[in-house]
Design a protein around this ligand. Structure first.
Ligand SMILES: Nc1ncnc2c1ncn2[C@@H]1O[C@H](COP(=O)(O)OP(=O)(O)OP(=O)(O)O)[C@@H](O)[C@H]1O
Length: 281
């Protein structure tokens, strides 16, 4: 039996090409004039952009530009001081983390957050559990439907570990995995929640060039499975090589948005990264 037959939520066919999806312009996540202040610090200043279904959007900017704050606002950790964020037309503000996960948003963290004393398989199963429908009572009474869900969760976790390339490590404790394997495991765990949007916060941090190349392939494969991807990344080569569009922040403001080539050649972006004075840009 194929993967698709076993689990329709892990399709194997490539989704429609991103360019076509962007062309249709179906909004998935809307950052609507968001300002976010921490006391006197304006971390985000009237930031406005839309993430469309099927695309890989890069969110870049120099240190302290507001990328992580934006990410945290999108995933419900911070509430905007002004403006709002909508996911599939629904306001994110006021929603709990698990509600946001159920709406279809998943994320990884800049600093890896796995359960180190659990196996790779168990770490992914925890993600799959977010969608379990059987009650605690069914679990306690060990009812058949509970076992069925358990089995399906395990099979799905194995498929996801295969997908990210670490199935052979599934019985290893997370803490014993290499750094690169842990990053892949985080992605598998996030995918286990069946997200419509996967937000990756600096997934290539600490990677060597070969690992970065592999990650690039994996991100493309994730998008080809129909998952929209938001990528925060410092490595410009990686961002330019994998994204469909890029939003650039500097000092909490959006200074550019467009295709990778447009953004790369934008004098404001060059100035932000190279520290060239504004009047010279
Ligand atoms: N919890 C907080 N309390 C106060 N100020 C904060 C907080 N989080 C972020 N800031 C400030 O908001 C601004 C944006 O920070 P943020 O971490 O979002 O930038 P970033 O683009 O993700 O930077 P980096 O690339 O270094 O991770 C910075 O001036 C930062 O000091």
């Amino acid at each position: 039996m194929s993967d698709t037959e076993q689990n329709p939520k892990v399709p194997v066919q490539a989704a429609a090409p991103a360019v076509e999806a962007v062309g249709k312009r179906e909004p998935l996540l809307e950052v609507d004039h968001v300002t976010l202040r921490f006391g006197g610090v304006v971390a985000l200043n009237d930031v406005d952009f839309t993430l469309y279904k099927g695309e890989i959007l890069g969110l870049i900017g120099p240190n302290g530009a507001g990328k992580t704050t934006c990410f945290n606002a999108m995933t419900g950790i911070y509430q905007p001081t002004e403006g709002q964020i909508r996911f599939l037309g629904q306001k994110i503000s006021g929603k709990k983390r698990h509600q946001i996960t159920r709406m279809g948003m998943a994320r990884t963290f800049q600093n890896i957050r796995l359960f180190p004393e659990m196996t790779a398989l168990e770490n992914v199963q925890v993600g799959a559990d977010a969608h379990h429908k059987t009650s605690v009572i069914s679990a306690l009474l060990r009812l058949p439907r509970h076992w069925k869900e358990e089995r399906e969760g395990r099979e799905k976790a194995e498929r996801l570990l295969e997908f990210v390339g670490i199935r052979n490590r599934m019985h290893e404790f997370a803490r014993n995995l290499s750094y690169g394997e842990q990053r892949r495991l985080e992605i598998a765990r996030a995918l286990a929640t069946d997200p419509k949007l996967l937000c990756l916060d600096e997934p290539a941090a600490g990677f060597n060039p070969a690992e970065k190349e592999e990650l690039l392939q994996l991100i493309r494969q994730i998008r080809d499975q129909g998952v929209t991807v938001l990528l925060i990344e410092h490595d410009m080569r990686l961002v330019m090589g994998v994204t469909d569009r890029i939003v650039v922040l500097e000092f909490g403001k959006k200074i550019a948005e467009g295709l990778p080539a447009e953004v790369r050649d934008n004098p404001k972006v060059v100035a932000a990264y190279l520290g060239v004075p504004d009047d010279a840009a």
